[in-house]
Design a protein around this ligand. Structure first.
Ligand code: UT7
Length: 333
């Protein structure tokens, strides 16, 4: 049986920086509230008129990842694309990346698991490599949140959290048995589906419904923040523990923990729970906000670019979010 390892990474974020002070000019919020509750200082938002979309940003990140893997686009056997903000209701973003990168007609799969989307996508790609079916898989997380947020005081609890961006990795067949993806674990609990959701338009309430019900705001994201927070700290911890246990490891073995960047307070809670030092944890929510499916590949790539990931390091990745869905990845680099 084969195993998989990350051979290339890339990320792309739009140029435009939106600070907390910028937001306080368009809604009743302030820098202190946002920083104290979330750790976020600024985020990137696509500007009107830009060509960027989830697929376009995903393709930009993917180009960098393929080049850093030392591969050509023709070497990629499959695409897994995670987003909650697709360019179209259908088809998905994976096929658009195939086209934007002018790739051969390889398969392209979309994953709809929101904040856990990248963890789910990596798990899917890992299985395809383990079975020997594919050698090199492009795994992308990309989000264009800014155009779908309620940027008024009414939507402030959600709007201040989210940023746009994309990250990509190339997951490749691995010859070294003791390195690469050691495990992935995935979970869901659909009874909480509506706690963090966009419920319209849906197939029962399509465009004519929205035209007749202009005051129905369910096409904006809804979140019961406190409920999500409480579940997040429990599920993050469980997912990490499950990954460590499956590999006979402990928190002391972690060289770098890369959480989905949902809220700095969630990360700090998990850090305390596992008694991790600051050197063992990577956070960049301060600069990018919550970029959902893109947050882990952006953080992973940025950490690697900064020299925070070295050969032989144990990297633990965990995510929790809408669904609820959650999971972890353990990697020996
Ligand atoms: O990535 C997917 C997973 N997502 C998460 O894990 C997010 C989890 N939840 C959270 O991170 C937090 O719940 C939030 C950051 C979303 C909110 O923090 P909170 O400490 O739970 O605040 P809250 O919603 O309980 O609101 C507290 C107060 C309220 O005012 P009152 O009722 O106490 O007068 C809100 O109206 O803060 C007010 N508020 C704001 N004030 C200024 C809510 N949003 C804002 C805002 N600026 N943007």
């Amino acid at each position: 049986m084969y195993s998989s390892k990350i051979t290339g990474m890339g990320f792309y974020v739009p140029d435009t920086i939106v600070t907390n002070d910028d937001l306080s000019k368009i809604m009743d919020t302030n820098d202190m509230w946002i920083q104290e509750r979330t750790g976020i200082k600024e985020r990137r938002w696509i500007q009107k008129g830009s060509e960027d979309t989830s697929a376009v940003m995903g393709a930009k990140a993917a180009r960098i990842a393929i080049e850093r893997a030392g591969l050509e686009k023709e070497d990629i056997d499959f695409i897994v694309f995670a987003t909650l903000s697709p360019d179209y209701y259908f088809p998905g973003g994976g096929v658009m990346v195939q086209d934007l990168l002018d790739m051969p007609t390889v398969g392209a799969l979309d994953v709809r698991n929101q904040c856990s989307g990248f963890v789910y996508s990596m798990s899917v790609a890992d299985q395809f490599i383990k079975t020997g079916m594919y050698k090199n898989i492009l795994v992308i997380g990309a989000e264009y949140h800014s155009n779908g947020l309620d940027k008024t005081t009414r939507g402030r609890t959600v709007a201040v959290l989210f940023g746009d961006g994309a990250g990509a990795v190339v997951l490749s067949r691995n010859k070294q048995k003791d390195k690469g993806v050691l495990s992935t674990h995935l979970h869901s609990q659909g009874k909480f589906a509506k706690e963090l959701s966009v419920t319209k338009p849906n197939i029962r309430n399509w465009i004519p419904y929205l035209m007749e019900n202009k005051d129905d705001l369910s096409y904006y994201p809804y979140m019961d923040g406190q409920k999500v927070f409480k579940h997040a700290i429990v599920r993050f911890s469980e997912a990490i523990q499950e990954g460590l246990q499956a590999n006979n490891l402990t928190a002391d073995d972690i060289d770098l923990f890369i959480p989905h960047q949902a809220n700095l307070r969630i990360t700090q809670f998990v850090q305390r729970r596992f008694k991790l030092s600051d050197d063992q944890v990577y956070s960049n929510i301060q600069k990018y906000g919550n970029t959902t499916a893109a947050s882990i590949p952006i953080a992973l790539c940025e950490a690697w670019e900064k020299g925070r990931i070295k050969d032989g390091d144990l990297i633990v990745i965990a995510a929790f979010g809408s669904g609820f869905t959650w999971g972890s990845i353990v990697i020996r680099w």
